[in-house]
Design a protein around this ligand. Sequence first.
Ligand code: URA
Ligand code: SF4
Length: 276
Amino acid sequence: MNNPRRKRYLKALGIDVWRQRGATVAVAVDEPVEVTAEVVQEATQLRPVAAPKAAAAGAPRRQSPTPAMAEPVVVAAAIERPPVPADWEGLRAMVKDCTACKLCTTRTQTVFGVGHQTAPLMIVGEGPGADEDAQGEPFVGRAGKLLDEMLAAIGRSRNEPDAARAVFIANVVKCRPPGNRDPEADEVEACRPYLDRQIERVQPKLIVALGRVAAQRLLSTDAPLSRLRGPLYHYGPDKTPLLVTYHPAYLLRSPREKAKSWDDLKKIHRHLVQSA
Ligand code: URA
Ligand code: SF4
């Protein structure tokens, strides 16, 4: 990490953690904790999941849900939705015209994501705000400027041409929730196949979930951010390592947490160096 960059970030945070913490800057990366989001993923497959083959070995056949038990709208949407393209441009085109959830009715445009397609670091935020909805790029408002400083502090940027230090930035929903409300569970689930495909294509060494909403949705939990920060999780079928940290918009409102944010950034940096 080079000094001017770190200083810039610390200046943006309004603190000098480096000096305060002296020799204690190194924070051990926690032992991996096996909290995967696979259950959620399975539950949100676009196609009905086939009944397990084991059922044939003497076990009684499971009844499929009767139409009365199923939720007709959700089932219909799941069956009619075309498969998500495996290639990047196909994926981008599908997201651009997506109408899979109600956020499509209020957005100006979708916000696909920005950065390198093979970045070792993937940042996942909550959803586009007004600026992002207008410009079609994630994190371009005030919080985005702080995110850029946070990334610069660990030698990374959304425009980095060097793939080794590149970043890809996305959100759990690609369309702006009206009035900047939290994205709802059904919206996140409708949009999850796009994020999952992005993760599959980018194959990041680390996903960083920014803030409570992204973290809770990715880890399928209601735990508060204070509890989610810290452990190393694993997301999805590729078990991509995932860390949780504060959302820059929260940091702008709650300066008290800025020192902890800096601790998280150092941990993120160390993880990336170790997995390079
Ligand atoms: N906040 C987010 O979570 N994502 C953005 O893209 C912008 C602000
Ligand atoms: Fe489609 Fe996602 Fe936008 Fe909903 S938020 S309309 S699922 S792109």
